[in-house]
Ligand binder design. Sequence first.
Ligand code: G3P
Length: 240
Amino acid sequence: MEYFIDSADARAVADVCRSFPVAGVTTNPTILSRVGGDLRAVFTALRAAIGSERLLHFEPVSPDTEGILREADAVRALVGGRLAVKVPPTPDGLRAVPLLKDAGFAVTVTAVFSPQQAMLAAACGADYVAPYINRFDTVCGGGAELVRAAASLLAADGSRAKLLCASFRNIRQIEEVMEAGARAVTVTPETFCAMASHPMTDLALEAFRRDWQPIWGDSALDELLAPGGKDMKDMINKNS
Ligand code: G3P
């Protein structure tokens, strides 16, 4: 499974990268509009936050193929590194897919809401296909079923395109698309922490602390085990 961060907030992105297995960042015009300001600085900071090996996704705003290619070149000239261009499954977007691939970009066909859009994207050579799960669920329900159908068609076709699911409101939606065949997901920085946390984990850690404290206080293993470190016999006697 590949995990992407759906954010253009470079500080939050850097924080997530410190702890989580991150394949890259996904942005779109809406996500960029949330940080606003000087886009050169925004892209440069995002590249610095993820490094050159992780994929930086961006979405040209031009509706036509030529404009898409021009915008992609402009981003590459500014930040370099591994880049994925997001295009919609429109005739111009799909026409751009092989041209962007030839130019050395990864390509994600985005805002996908049907298995047939996914199949067309894959046939054009897209690396990723991005269904918007919560938006689909909100309108008609069954986001996971959309993913299951697309995954099954792609697999039957022997396609290498990966379903990169986006747009989530809760963790159950994420788990459902993973079960249904998603190969990648993109989630907000806050969702990374939510995915890792569980109240039962907190209770287990609290119990460990409670059991440790009366015997070894606040000392950690490195202090207790170091030669010449704290004298455990003393501590044991003191506590018995
Ligand atoms: O990556 C696509 C995503 O940003 C759309 O999410 O929450 O606006 O539906 P949302």
